[in-house]
Design a binder for this molecule. Structure first.
Ligand code: NZQ
Ligand code: ZN
Length: 391
């Protein structure tokens, strides 16, 4: 039985290479004073900064800037941004960058409306409600997280070794500008990490114990095939518009709520990966690439094999006439080949300098001290075993 669901993603998307002239009008709908947030400078190197500033000036808006948002964005950047919003009475936020910039901007938008420390929104012992947030417009420059079309954000607090996510509809961007040409300069490595991230977002939903929904299965299988097809093209030919466009739209749809309609989902690899980033500040997509095939291997048994077999046949083209367990193992091998061979990502935690020192604590945190629900419920000992498989 397919579950009931509500689908409500009110993000206006301007997709394509000639859409930025709408920026001034879109920002003006929310007020005059704009805080533009961005990362370490890539938007200046690619010429996007100048184009955006021109649009803002031409529209007669007042511009303030918060540069320097880190990959794996930190709570201190959020605090700085929220403070600026209050000081300058900001009306609307404009995030220009990848998932890190957009995520930080979501909590700046909420932090601007409260008197308490924005970490309280994330802190698991507090979880302050998000009552209000300033409106957010974004210009995406890296296809990966889907933050441009989802209500979530993930923030790091290095002082406590925490990296915590939070979803709230008030954090959804009002408008997202998705111009694939803005991703032409993304390095092959970041392109690969982005592809691994999107693939994981789909796998986290595809592998679950909820009732099947044929139409959504086909949609997810199509998106996975899109990533398999176009990520290597984008790495080889960074200015291939067709490849960048396919990846960009997949990044948004992998996580905008469409594919999990009605499924009571719990994700597994993301909580495990967020601990890796929290302790070692590694790139999110890389951590997921290392974890995902091991997690799939760990969860494979007679009770789950049919899902793997469907995946293997429909996504990797493995012969349906083989025994299901053989299809499943071949499919995991195909995924590993894609991640570590085609995308050339590192295969083990050891290769990225991570050893078992913190595994027990990380496993405990990932499982929320008890059990990580999901495709297969994982206790801390299971999570630790999966980390060990990655060494
Ligand atoms: O900082 P700048 O100089 O902009 O450089 C960035 C950064 O170094 C660079 N970059 C971005 N666009 C570029 C570019 N370089 C050249 N040309 C361009 N056009 O790429 C580097 C990585 O950027 P970042 O924003 O960190 O990457 P990504 O988009 O992968 O975001 C990762 C963050 O998002 C979180 C992750 O945990 C991580 O903190 N996630 C957010 C999610 C969400 N909101 O729903 C879901 C995800 O699962 C994920 O957890
Ligand atoms: Zn992710």
């Amino acid at each position: 039985m397919i579950n009931d669901f509500v689908y409500d993603i009110p993000v206006r998307v301007y997709f394509g290479r000639d859409q930025l002239h709408h920026l001034g009008a879109e920002l003006s709908r929310y007020g005059k004073r704009v805080l533009m947030t961005y990362g370490g400078g890539s938007i200046k190197r690619i010429g996007l900064y100048d184009r955006v500033v021109k649009e803002i000036r031409d529209a007669g808006l007042e511009l303030y800037e918060l540069p320097g948002i880190e990959p794996n964005p930190r709570i201190d950047s959020v605090r700085r941004g929220a403070q600026m919003c209050k000081e300058h009475n900001i009306d609307v936020l404009l995030a220009v960058g990848g998932g890190s910039t957009i995520d930080a901007t979501k909590f700046i938008a909420a932090g601007a409306c409260v008197d308490f420390d924005p970490w309280d929104f994330l802190d698991l012992s507090k979880r302050a409600p998000v009552e209000r947030a300033l409106p957010i417009v974004d210009i995406l420059t890296l296809s990966a997280t889907g933050s441009e079309m989802d209500s979530g954000g993930v923030i790091s607090n290095p002082s406590t070794n925490d990296k915590i996510g939070r979803l709230d509809p008030k954090l959804l961007p009002k408008v997202s500008f998705l111009d694939p040409t803005n991703t032409f300069t993304v390095s092959p490595y970041q392109t690969a990490c982005g592809a691994a991230d999107m693939m994981s977002h789909i796998i986290e939903v595809y592998f679950n114990m909820e009732p099947d929904f044929f139409m959504l299965d086909c949609f997810m299988e199509g998106m996975m095939k899109t990533i398999l097809r176009y990520a290597p093209v984008a790495m080889r030919e960074p200015e291939n518009y067709e490849a960048r466009a396919n990846l960009m739209w997949t990044s948004s749809w992998a996580i905008n709520g469409f594919v999990n309609a009605g499924k009571r989902l719990a994700w597994s690899c993301h909580p495990m990966e967020h601990e890796l980033s929290a302790y070692y500040d590694i790139t999110h997509g890389l951590g997921l690439a290392i974890l995902t095939p091991r997690w799939l291997e760990y969860c494979l048994d007679e009770s789950t094999v049919s899902r793997y077999a469907q995946w293997g046949v429909n996504v990797f083209g493995i012969s349906a006439s083989l025994p299901p367990m053989e299809i499943a193992r071949k499919a995991i091998a195909e995924l590993s080949h894609f991640l570590f061979g085609v995308l050339q990502l590192k295969r083990t935690l050891t290769e990225v300098g991570i050893d078992a020192t913190h595994f027990a604590t990380m496993a405990h945190k990932a499982a929320g001290g008890d059990v990580l629900p999901g495709f297969k419920p994982l206790r801390p000992a299971d999570v630790e075993a999966i980390y060990r498989m990655c060494l």
